[in-house]
Each structure stands twice: as structure tokens, then as C-alpha cells.
Design a protein around this ligand. Structure first.
Ligand code: GLN
Ligand code: ZN
Length: 758
């Protein structure tokens, strides 16, 4: 009968225990012993949660990041973090975050670079290579997990990142060809397999998600080289692919000498048959039937319709699993005690997803009758969801149907608008501004907390927030900024703040998902048609504007960013949900305009994050994402100035799409690359105004006047100075005033110098 397994569980703990234990250890408030105890209990819980599976998974636990663990296991640790008399755990934290409790203040090293794990919101530490990188096996951490799991008396399946994906994820610091390292890497994997074999391990899950991306021929060849080399081994390998279709790598995957292959049957459902046909009669096919990337219940009957014939054909050779590791969903729905009961009934978190698999397995083994009741309940939940009147809103459908081509476009071209805006706003050369948020002081957080718990009533809360806004405006006036902001004191989070005021969203209490290290996010859930019952930001903005003769920017989060940072309904295309968000934000934009706000910024911090894994699919995404931005922004009068902000630096490859957004002004992060990324403007003539961030807000360092003058002078080589704005590279909410005031003051001094030189 089909075997059940999992590809990984969240390790942060259902109440974020590991996060708390880590942060306390880093601060020196608890010792390694306490941290290890927390880790052991999370792992034990995960073993307990896996009791119905045929394997216990190990290797999915990590103190920080599984890719960094892999680097340590392979002996690829940057020189700079090694400190002879340190505990191995502290060396590891140095590599992860630049310092460990053993480092006295200020003597850390630079942390490993972090980047997004495929198209998820999880960030891994990028392996570092040079032409001379050597590998050596350090399996102790993994072996210890294996030994702990053995106590449960079950078959154990360790997961390791495959050699080709490991190289693919890393970066050659010296520009050398990292593929050349493969031949030295493979013997270490072979040695690892031997060690695991001695531990009694029969199956190893070897993750090769790079196989769902567009691979150059030499990378495809690397797969053949690697797995042929590793063919002589005692352990069995389950090669796992996930997050997408294999496309032209499918035949390659089927030809590799491994003992089984896992395919993501949510995102690559239509490839399951083709892969099945190509596998040898000796190979296992693992089908990822339950969505590991979203929080909706599986349609169990539909899953059974799909898998029953495959099970008949394959028998023992079929394995079942979630589509990918469950790291990307929250742990357990049972902890959601305050969630709307009706909507809760439509959801499944990691624990529930494993239960779904169990039901499918029983149905395959004993027939659907054996689980008739569960199947009926599941069908009922799905039926409720499909027909629930809270999901569909006719007014939203009507609004979508009546969108016209003209709704996407400004009334006039940029040149004409710019002239009107110049006359209206009367800004100096090099206008100065900020990205929106100002320090979220303990005082502000306390007020928001007290309002939530009812300690402050509405009137008291408004009064406190207005005082914060007034303080923020006064400080900006003293500094001498040209375009002010209200400071975002009322916002806990740039997506949650809007989601909470929109129809179609719910929020969880413990729906945390690891973003990196100890950092977690709690994405809102978009369950239904989105609409805006009433204005969301107008009163705060109007109040701020009433305090100053200078223009105050309205500050909104854009539709694409709200979408990309939420769990999105799966019953309609994402583009359609995004369009609903765009219509809601559009209403807000128009209300701000009616309230006399002359400049409106719509942040699209996460636009780039939504890019599909395959470049061939980028255009389609960019078309609708840019369309949604235009829909929300472009209903305004020519004299209203639209700003947008994006906080990533690599946009060379999507600059054409960004230009199509047609925002009057765009502010971007550039300071960390010393404006290097502006070189894209040599090949591409960006038509509108631009504010390349002049200092890095992620660092507590105060930028010098000279450094800012220098950066702007560099920027002026690429962009005519009449179109340049001066601003930090992102919002200031994570900084404190002692950092912000001198930093902005230097920014304004630098601007003064530049204006004099002009
Ligand atoms: N307006 C937001 C802020 O200043 C933008 C945040 C972001 O880009 N991530 O905080
Ligand atoms: Zn930003």
C-alpha cells in the first residue's frame, strides 16, 4: 500500500517557542542548555505529529536555516566566522547573524547574505564559494537527530539538500564557476550516505528544487554527473522536486539513477502522468497531493479521484506527501480559538494537512467507505465555502465588470502632469522626503496595544495618535523636509493595517510562518471578495495636512504587495483577487485626493517577490501586477502626484515594467549598492522622477553629509537632476529618533550643498 511521508514540518513551534528561546539565548538571558531543551521538545512534538506517517523526518529542524546547516555539514564555513575557542553553536550563529553571545559588543563579523528560498517568503543564508572551496563532512548534527529519532522505533528519513541545488543556491564570491566544485563535493555526499547507512537509515530525501527552474545545459549535465557518481550506494534516494513544473527537466529527472522521485502534484499536477510513465518499475513515485504553500483544506474526494487509479497501477511504488515542506504554513489550526468558526472550517495548517494525508491513505487501503464520515464532512466544508455568501459579493463583481481601459491610464502624459504638479507643489530642486514611517516608539506601541485590549477608548486613542502625528510633523518641519508624512504611528504592519479594514480578510492569532532565523510573519488570509467599507487612512492624513503648509503625502500599501504578503484564496486566479484589492485601494486614493491631499504614495515593496520561478512566466505576472497598480493609482487628476516605493535593489531586469507603472515619482533602495544599480539607466531612459535612497536605514550608522553628496552626484550622472528626489532608502519605523534626527539632518545639509552647486 502507498507509504505516507512528509517533506518537513515548521520548527519554530506553534507558539513560536524556538523564536523566544533563540532570542533569549542571543541576548545572554538564557544558556545553551535551555536552547537545546527547547529544540528537543519541538522535535519531539514534531515526531509525535508524524506518528501516522511511515517515516520520521529528520534534518528539517534547524536553529536558523537548513541551507546554513547544510553548509556546516559539508564543511563550507566562511573563514571569518571561525573562532577556535568558541562553542560550535556560537560559530554557527556568527555565520547566521554576524555575532553570537560569545562575541562581546562590536566584535562580530559580517553575517552571511540572505535571499529568498525560491518563490517563498522564507530566506536562506547563501552558501559562499570561491574557486578554492574545499568540502569535508561534518555529519554530527544530523546524526544526533537521527539517533534521537531512533528512540521512537520507526523508520527514519533524513532530508538533505542535494548537491546540485546546493551549488545552485550559492554564490561564487570570486566570480569563479561554482559548478567546477561539483567533483569535490560529490565524494562528501557519498561519505554522508555511508555514515547514514551505518546508522540504519534506508531512505534519504534529497531535495533538488532547482529542477523546477530553467536550467542551462551545464546544470542539467551536472545532475547526470552527480547522480551517476552517487549511484553506487547502499541507501535509497528519494529525489524531491517541488514548487513547480519540471517541464524540460522532466525527462532528465526520470533518467537519474535514484530510487524514487517526488513531484508537486499541486503545481505540477499535469506532469504526474508523464513522470509516472517514464519511471522504471523499480522506482517509487511520491505524489505531493496536499498543498504545502497555502492554508486551505484539500478537496479529499477530488484528491482521491486523482490518486486512486495511480494507486491501483503503482501499488507499493506509490508514496504520498504534501506538495512541499510544510515549513511554509502555520503549525496547528487548533490554536486558533478566536477565528471565525465558519472560515476556520475551510482551513488546514500543517497538522491538519498531515491528517488529510492519513485519510487519503486509509481510503486507498480500505476504500472510501472506511472514511465516509470524514469525507462527507470535508465535502460539506468545501460546499459551504463555495456557496457561502460571505465569499462572493455581487457589488465587487459588478465593479470588476465595469472596469474600462481608461481606468488604467492617467488623463495626460507624464510631461504634462509634471508641469501641472510643479506649478501646484512649487518644490525646490532636489525635493526631500521620507518613505513613510517614523520611529515606532514604545509609547506608540503601548497606545495601540491598549486600544486593542480596550484600555483606551476610541476617543482617547485618536487623541494619542494625533499627538504622535503632530510631534512627527513638527520634527519634520524643524528638519526642513519638503514633503512630509504623517508617520504611520497607527500601523502595526503595512499589510495587516489595510487588511483589517477591508472586507474579505481574516486574521489568525498564531498563524506564524518563519521568514528567516527567528523572524516570523503572520500573513492575513484573503477568503472572499475584497471591498472597502469605508476610508482607511483619510482622517489621519487630513489631520496631518491640517498642521502644515507643506504637502503631506498620503501613504498606502499597494494591491500587489497586499496580495504577495497574504495567504490568498485558491478558488479564483490571483490576478482577479489582486484586481479587487486594486479597486479598494483606488477608492482610498480618490478619497485622499478629495480630502485635498496633493501627493499620494502607494508602496509596492513586494512587487518583485511575486515573480514566477521561470522567466518565461514573468511577463504574464508583470502584465497583471502592473495593471493592478495602474488601476489603483491612475484615477487621479493630473495635478495629483503619485509616488511609489520599492525596497529591493535588483530591478534591472524589470525596469521596463516599472516604467509602465507610470508613477510620477518612484523611491527605491540603492544606497547599499553605491548606486551601482542605477547603471540600468544607461541602457534604459526612465522617463519619470526618481528618489534613489541615499542612505541605508537598516543600519544604525549615521550617514555623513559627504557620503550623501557623493551618492547623489553619482545618481545625477544617470538621471537629470531636475528629476531627482532625495530620501532615505526605506521607512524609518525600526530606528529610533536618536538615529533618525541626525541622519535626516545630514541628508538635508547634503541637499543644501547640492542645491548651491547646481
Ligand atoms: N511606507 C512604508 C514605511 O515607510 C514602506 C515600508 C516598506 O517599504 N517595506 O514603513
Ligand atoms: Zn522599503
Amino acid at each position: 500500500m502507498a507509504k505516507l511521508h512528509n517533506l518537513g514540518l515548521p520548527r519554530i513551534g506553534e507558539k513560536r517557542q524556538l523564536k523566544k528561546a533563540l532570542e533569549s539565548y542571543w541576548k545572554g538571558k538564557s544558556d545553551a542548555e535551555q536552547l537545546l531543551q527547547c529544540a528537543a521538545s519541538v522535535q519531539q512534538q514534531n515526531f509525535a505529529r508524524s506518528s501516522a506517517l511511515d517515516f520520521l523526518q529528520v534534518g528539517d529542524f534547524s536553529f536558523y536555516d537548513q541551507v546554513l546547516d547544510c553548509s556546516f555539514m559539508l564543511g563550507n564555513v566562511p573563514e571569518r566566522v571561525l573562532e577556535q575557542n568558541y562553542d560550535p553553536l556560537d560559530v554557527y550563529f556568527r555565520a547566521a547573524r554576524g555575532r553570537s553571545p560569545a562575541d562581546s559588543c562590536g566584535c562580530g563579523v559580517s553575517a552571511g547574505e540572505m535571499t529568498k528560498w525560491f518563490d517563498t517568503n522564507y530566506h536562506y543564508i547563501v552558501p559562499e564559494f570561491t574557486g578554492d572551496t574545499q568540502f569535508s563532512l561534518n555529519p554530527e548534527v544530523l546524526i544526533e537527530q537521527v539517533q534521537q529519532a531512533k528512540a521512537c522505533g520507526k523508520a527514519i528519513k533524513p532530508v538533505v539538500i542535494g548537491p546540485v541545488t546546493y551549488l545552485w543556491l550559492g554564490k561564487a564570491k570570486d566570480g569563479s564557476d561554482k559548478l567546477k566544485l561539483l567533483k569535490d563535493l560529490l565524494p562528501v555526499y557519498a561519505e554522508l550516505f555511508e555514515v547514514l547507512d551505518k546508522e540504519g537509515v534506508q531512505w534519504i530525501q534529497i531535495d533538488e528544487p532547482a529542477l523546477v527552474t530553467e536550467l542551462e545545459p551545464q546544470w542539467q549535465q551536472a545532475y547526470l554527473t552527480a547522480y551517476r557518481y552517487l549511484a553506487a550506494r547502499k541507501v535509497k534516494l528519494l529525489l524531491t522536486t517541488y514548487f513547480g513544473e519540471l517541464k524540460d527537466n522532466l525527462a532528465l529527472v526520470a533518467s537519474l539513477p535514484v530510487d524514487g522521485v517526488h513531484i508537486d502534484a499541486i503545481r505540477a499536477k499535469k506532469e504526474v502522468d508523464a513522470l509516472k510513465a517514464l519511471l522504471d518499475p523499480g522506482q517509487v513515485l511520491s505524489v505531493g497531493l496536499v498543498d504545502g504553500r497555502n492554508i486551505w483544506k484539500t478537496d479529499l474526494n477530488q484528491a482521491l479521484d486523482f490518486i486512486e487509479p495511480i494507486a491501483k497501477e503503482l501499488g507499493e511504488r506509490l508514496w504520498l506527501a504534501p506538495s512541499c515542506s510544510l515549513l511554509h504554513v502555520p503549525v496547528d489550526l487548533a490554536f486558533e480559538t478566536a477565528l471565525d468558526e465558519q472560515i476556520k472550517d475551510w482551513l488546514a495548517f500543517a497538522v491538519q494537512k498531515l491528517e488529510e494525508l492519513e485519510v487519503i491513505a486509509v481510503a486507498l487501503k480500505q476504500g472510501r467507505e472506511a472514511v465516509a464520515k470524514v469525507l462527507a464532512q470535508n465535502a460539506q466544508s468545501l460546499q459551504n465555502r463555495r456557496t457561502c455568501r460571505r465569499v462572493t459579493d455581487d457589488r465587487v463583481a459588478e465593479a470588476q465588470a465595469s472596469i474600462k481601459a481608461a481606468s488604467f491610464e492617467r488623463k495626460s502624459r507624464f510631461e504634462q502632469r509634471a508641469k501641472l504638479q510643479r506649478d501646484r507643489l512649487n518644490l525646490p530642486l532636489y525635493p526631500t522626503t521620507t518613505i513613510g514611517s517614523f520611529p515606532q516608539t514604545p509609547h506608540i506601541r503601548k497606545a495601540r496595544r491598549q486600544f486593542k485590549t480596550g484600555e483606551l477608548n476610541q476617543a482617547q486613542y485618536v487623541e494619542q495618535m494625533q499627538a504622535e502625528i503632530a510631534d512627527c510633523i513638527a520634527r519634520q518641519e524643524r528638519l526642513g523636509l519638503d514633503v512630509l508624512v504623517h508617520g504611520e504611528a497607527e500601523r502595526n504592519d503595512m499589510v495587516e493595517y489595510f487588511g483589517e479594514q477591508l472586507q474579505g480578510f481574516v486574521f489568525t492569532q498564531n498563524g506564524w510562518v518563519q521568514s528567516y532565523g527567528s523572524r516570523c510573519v503572520k500573513p492575513p488570509v484573503i477568503y472572499g471578495d475584497v471591498s472597502r467599507p469605508k476610508p482607511m487612512t483619510v482622517e489621519w492624513t487630513r489631520y496631518a495636512q491640517s498642521l502644515s503648509a507643506k504637502p503631506v503625502k498620503g501613504m498606502l500599501t499597494g494591491p500587489v504587495t497586499i496580495l504577495n504578503w497574504s495567504f490568498v484564496r485558491d478558488d479564483q486566479p490571483r490576478a482577479k483577487t489582486c484586481e479587487q484589492l486594486a479597486l479598494a485601494v483606488r477608492e482610498e486614493v480618490l478619497d485622499l485626493e478629495r480630502a485635498g491631499i496633493e501627493i499620494i504614495q502607494i508602496d509596492e515593496a513586494a512587487l518583485r517577490e511575486g515573480l514566477p520561478l521561470r522567466k518565461s512566466q514573468w511577463q504574464d505576472y508583470l502584465d497583471w501586477a502592473v495593471g493592478c497598480f495602474k488601476l489603483c493609482a491612475n484615477g487621479v487628476l493630473d495635478s495629483t502626484q503619485i509616488h511609489t516605493h520599492m525596497c529591493y535593489s535588483q530591478f534591472n531586469d524589470i525596469i521596463e515594467a516599472i516604467a509602465k507603472m507610470d508613477a510620477d515619482v518612484i523611491t527605491i533602495e540603492t544606497s547599499r549598492s553605491d548606486m551601482a544599480l542605477l547603471s540600468v539607466f544607461e541602457r534604459f531612459n526612465y522617463p519619470n522622477e526618481i528618489g534613489p535612497g541615499v542612505y541605508d536605514i537598516h543600519s544604525p550608522n549615521i550617514p555623513s553629509v559627504e557620503s550623501i553628496v557623493q551618492l547623489i552626484s553619482m545618481a545625477a550622472k544617470y538621471i537629470p537632476k531636475q528629476r531627482l528626489w532625495i530620501n532615505p532608502d526605506c521607512g524609518l519605523k525600526t530606528r529610533n529618533w536618536d538615529e533618525v534626527t541626525p541622519a535626516l539632518s545630514n541628508m538635508l545639509k547634503a541637499t543644501e550643498q547640492l542645491r548651491q552647486q547646481a
